[in-house]
Each structure stands twice: as C-alpha cells, then as structure tokens.
Write a protein that binds this ligand. Sequence first.
Ligand SMILES: Cc1ncc(COP(=O)(O)O)c(C=O)c1O
Length: 443
Amino acid sequence: MKVVEEEARIRVMEGAWTPEGVMKEVVAGGQEDPFYVMDVGEVVARYQHWRDLMPRVEPFYAVKCNDDKVLVRVLAALGSNFDCASKGEIELVTSLGVSPDRIIFANPAKMSSHIRYASAVGVDTMTFDSETELMKIKQIMPHAKLVIRIRCDAADAQCPLGIKFGCDPVSEAPRLLKLAAVLGLDVVGVSFHVGSGAQDSSVYARAIEYCHALFSLGACVGHAGMALLDLGGGFPGNSGTSIVDASKVINEALARFFPDPSVRVIAEPGRYFAAAAYTLATMVHSKREVVNKEDPEHETHTMYFVNDGVYGSFNCILYDHQTVYTHPLYPSSEKQVPCSVWGPTCDGLDCVLPAARLPALALGEWLVWRDMGAYTLPVASPFNGYPVPSVRYVMADKLRPLLKELSPLLEAPWAASPPPSPPSERADVLAPPRAVFVECAIK
Ligand SMILES: Cc1ncc(COP(=O)(O)O)c(C=O)c1O
C-alpha cells in the first residue's frame, strides 16, 4: 500500500472509547476549528453485517458519498469494490492500490475524456441509459462491458435519482438492448438505483423483476453473456436505521428471479457505509439573544453561531435533504430552551437548525453531530475563509488482524485516557464575556 508522507494516521485505542471521549481530548488540547471523529470500527461492523445479511451481493462502495481516502482504504482492505462516477474518482481509488477490475464506472452520462481515461487504465465495466451514450462508447471504447441502467423509483426517497438517470424498463430498455447488439457492443448486465435514502424496501423486488425480464430479452437479441445484476444504492446509513428489511426483500427476489448462482450480483451502497462512521464537533464562537415573537412562553431566543455551516459539512441539509441533530459535548442538566444554530459565514442562508432546544451554551462550548459521514465532506467548501473540518481517525486495537493492509497508517497504540474534566473546571473554555453598559446622555 502506498503511503503519502503527510497522510492521515489512524489512532489505535487499546480500551473502550467513544467519539465524544476523543472529542473531549481534542478540545482540551486547544482545538478551535470544527473536526470529525471517524470510527473505523463502524465501517468494519457494517461491512460484516452486509455480508452476513446478503452473502450473494458484493458491495461496490459509491465513492461520491464520501471520498475520504481512509474510508476508501478501509473498505478496500475489507474486500469491498468501488462505484466511481468520474475520472477523478477512478484516479483516487486506483491511486490507493485498487485494481481496475474492482471498479464499475457507474455514471450513465460520462464525459468522453473520462471514458478514454477509464479505457486507458482498464476500467471496463460502465453503465449507459441512452442511445447517444451507446454511440459515444462505440466510438471511444467499443470493447467496454456495458450495463444498462433502468429506472425504478422508491415511492419515497431522500434524494430521488430517477428524474435524471435510468431508461424506462418497458418502453426504452428493449430498444436500447437491440441497438447495442446491432452496434456490436457487449451488454453484460442491468443496473438500477431506487433513489438515495429510499424509504420503501419493496422497490428492490420490483426492480429485480424488471431486470429478470431484461436478461431474458437481452439473451434473445444477442447479448448471450448477460451475467451482472447491479442493485445500486439507496440503503439507509444513520445510526438506528437498518438494512434488514431491504436484505429480506432482495434475498427473496434473487432466489425467485435469479436462482442461477453464475449471475454476479453487486450493489453500490454509499450512505450505508459512510453516514454513521463520522461524528462532527463544532464550537459555539458567538451568540445573540433576540426577542422571541413566536413563543409566548419564552421571551428570548438564543442564536448560536458555530464554526461549520451549510457551506461546509451542513451542505447536506441543502443538497442531501438531511435532517441534522445535535447535543452538547458536555451534557448539562439545565433546562432546554428555544434556540437556533447558525453557520459561520456572512450569508443569511447559512442556518443549520432554525428551531432547536438546547441547554444554555457558553461561548467555547462544543456541539456534537452524529451521522455526518454521507454527502458532507466531499461537497464542503471553504467559503468565506472557514476551513473544511479535519478528520481524526480512530479504531480499536482488536481490528488490527482484520485490517493488516492499513498498518502503515496506524499510530502506536494509545490507552483510552479518562475524559478531561467538564468545561466549568477548564480554563480553555472562553469565559462568558461580561456585559458592559454604557450610559449615553442624549442632550
Ligand atoms: C449510481 C449511483 N450509485 C450509488 C449511489 C449511492 O447511493 P446511496 O448513498 O443511496 O447508497 C449513488 C448516489 O447518488 C449513485 O448515483
């Protein structure tokens, strides 16, 4: 494994630990900027859970969800393959030592230069959903192994994708399969994506049934070698969610429609692997009391300004339609009062939580945000001069044998230290600024 000099290291913990415990240590060291704690063990547990529930379905992690190199390395070490959507993602994944045959170029509308790059480095398998894409591929990479992407939408999804990609399995796919055969192109399989953050597991059965029909049709029109079924993404990833329902639906549909074990079944989960592994810490750096017109019970409402916002990690609120939730790093027994949480930039749009309830927070206190690993970091920008949060990687010592490939990245083992004292006893939390009253005589 290649290790670049300045590459992030993983802290190995000998005892029990929590993201909050690590955060307390980091904060006690004088940290001012927002940061993530990434739990490698969460990714390992999720990989194993997936393989236990769906032994027939090989995960191809969707790199777009979070292209953090450590996450990609961990998944590669576990045996996952990868879904890349661009030249840049292929470059990233192959630069980490992943061989091109472990990558599917799963973007049905690819730039020609990216197809050329894929061809040059040996990424052969790619998706399409239109006639023009077939023509493009015919010209640039006629030897590609093609996977037709069909549309089959979940009734409810956090981010529907069918409005942009996927041909209709009944009215368009048969024609495209025939055209590919006429062009002498090799269609090896069928894929779909039910929508990211799908709420309805039964959709996988419907989609798999469509794929079955297209396998039969493909064989009739000349694609004798169809043997790849790609279930896409859509699986939930936040803590407390589960893929058990989806796995049952998928296993049953595979047994019914694809009993032949020679058909290779893959999926492209993104948020399932990334979301819960990353916990974000942000610091309250400013606050403002405003009159609360909406709630007669509370006269004032506190606006808290934290050091990461919708131009940074919380872009997920705008682009990924995520609901975020928080708690103070140091829990308090004080009554929760109405407040709002704002990002650091000068834009009025930069609001993280418009209406929350939190115990009163002093300047310098930290807020913890769980489930922040999906569609956050790769989209964040340093707008207005606020840095994109750094990541602290942590894993338990017992995972070493499983992740031997990562040894160049591992720090010497640390004993989990007792958490630092709460902020009231700490000098590094900013003392609340004392109000200064100035009397002005208006003459
Ligand atoms: C082609 C493709 N595959 C996989 C994914 C990952 O989806 P999810 O994060 O819902 O698993 C996406 C997300 O946009 C996608 O476009």
